[in-house]
Design a protein around this ligand. Structure first.
Ligand code: AMP
Ligand code: GLY
Length: 422
């Protein structure tokens, strides 16, 4: 008898997790809440909001699932894993006291400082006047961040003192990010390429996954506003085995050990957002979960059974797992609604998905889509993540873009340079 699994969330990352679990002989039944138009083809979707802790516990109880996989940041920060466990349901993901490494930047900065984990120098402020007074002596550019979860929008890179003052006032005085902005972290501005490394951990073993890189800006050549991510590729060309060994010793293991020492043992996936500075890799941010759209290039390369890894983590025997990766490169191109990350329209019919899936190795992961009768329509800013593999990055790129060219919806926007940057 296989297991019944409920995945919490409804974006491209969750579609990819459901797609990967669908390949597992250990899984016999898949549910997702709330899911989306693509997930509905692989799992039974339930209309429970991803942040509704009580609703999710009730759903998991009613379905009598064997495991709940909590994928997004908000429910993890709200303690959904703790609530499920309290109800006697197995749950994959960090508890609230460990998910805080993403939910509070001031917490993660002080953790890194206390345990000597390389990161940008910083100060924390709750009072706007004090922050502005301190800023007078700082060199620009400087980075101002809202403390809490702000949909990836709470980070402001300020070129001038005036911009930095305005950023502080917008967060602390005008409450631009609500409660997430009751504190600010002001940081030294680092330079260098960014690499994402996700790692599985059960609190004893740290198992880094293959590297990847995200393209966060809306337009080609890294122009336009920051988004949730417009595309990814894996592996990174700059993250060498030597760098991985160095990060293991100075960043990954120390992070796991620090959380254990603080009685905040982390079980799940830790996201290390690294900047490769001239002085070496430094942590830009921790997330307490799989990245989106990093997952869309990692899980298609992962040869292991994902369910086997989840169970090993829950049983504290991750040391028995060895990750195996396809040697192929992967590229994921996000197709977004015109206007994203600002205002955009929803409800446009999407066509060409079957034709796109004909491209060798291509898989279309749905982010913001919804079924409307027989049609599939846009339902979010990021609509689709089109992934393809290739013998090298160029072949993966060609295939992904060939698949993209077969898909259409009104005002679709995508970057044409995913996978090119170093
Ligand atoms: P975060 O939401 O913390 O990932 O920040 C979003 C983006 O802002 C990062 O991916 C970086 O590109 C940039 N960023 C954040 N912190 C710094 C920093 N200290 N120096 C330079 N860039 C930064
Ligand atoms: N791709 C960035 C994130 O998942 O936070």
């Amino acid at each position: 008898m296989g297991m019944k699994v409920l995945v919490v969330g409804g974006g491209g990352r969750e579609h990819t997790i459901v797609w990967k679990l669908k390949h597992s002989p250990l899984v016999s039944e898949l549910h997702c809440a709330p899911g989306n138009g693509g997930i509905a083809a692989l799992a039974e979707c339930h209309a429970v909001d991803a942040v509704d802790v009580d609703g999710m516990v009730a759903l998991a109880t009613r379905l009598a699932v064997d495991l709940v996989m909590v994928a997004p940041d908000d429910p993890l920060a709200a303690g959904m894993v703790d609530a499920l466990e309290a109800a006697g349901i197995r749950a994959f993901g960090p508890r609230k006291n460990a998910a805080i490494i993403e939910a509070s930047k001031s917490f993660s900065k002080s953790l890194m400082k206390k345990y000597g984990i390389p990161t940008a120098a910083y100060e924390v402020f709750e009072d706007a006047d004090k922050a502005v007074a301190w800023l007078q002596d700082q060199s620009m550019p400087i980075v101002v961040k809202a403390d809490g979860l702000a949909l990836g929008k709470g980070v402001l890179i300020c070129a001038t003192l005036a911009e930095a003052e305005a950023a502080v006032r917008s967060i602390l005085t005008e409450g631009k990010f609500g409660k997430a902005g009751s504190r600010v972290v002001i940081e030294e501005c680092l330079t260098g390429p960014e690499v994402t490394v996700l790692a599985f951990t059960d609190g004893k073993t740290m198992l880094p996954m293959a590297s990847s890189q995200d393209h966060k800006r809306a337009y080609d050549n890294d122009e336009g506003l920051n988004t949730g991510g417009m595309g990814t590729f894996s592996p990174s060309r700059i993250y060498t085995p030597e760098m991985e060994a160095w990060c293991m010793e100075h960043i990954y293991r120390p992070t796991m050990d620090a959380l254990n020492r603080e009685d905040r043992t982390f079980r799940g996936v830790i996201y290390f957002g690294l900047m490769i500075t001239p002085e070496g890799p430094k942590v830009i941010e921790y997330n307490a979960r799989f990245g989106d759209p990093e997952t869309q290039v990692l899980l298609p390369r992962l040869e292991n059974d994902l369910m086997e890894i989840f169970l090993a983590i829950l049983d504290n025997r991750l040391d028995t797992i060895r990750l195996r990766w396809k040697p192929e490169s992967a590229v994921c191109v996000v197709m977004a609604s015109g206007g994203y990350p600002e205002d955009y329209r929803k409800g446009h019919p999407i066509s060409g998905l079957a034709e796109a899936a004909q491209v060798e190795t291509a898989t279309v992961f749905h982010a913001g889509t919804r079924r409307d009768g027989d049609a599939l329509v846009t339902a979010g800013g990021r609509v689709l993540g089109v992934t393809a593999l290739g013998a090298d990055m160029e072949q993966a790129r060609q295939r992904a873009y060939e698949a993209v060219s077969r898909i259409s919806f009104q005002d679709a926007h995508w970057r044409t340079d995913i996978g090119i940057k170093k």
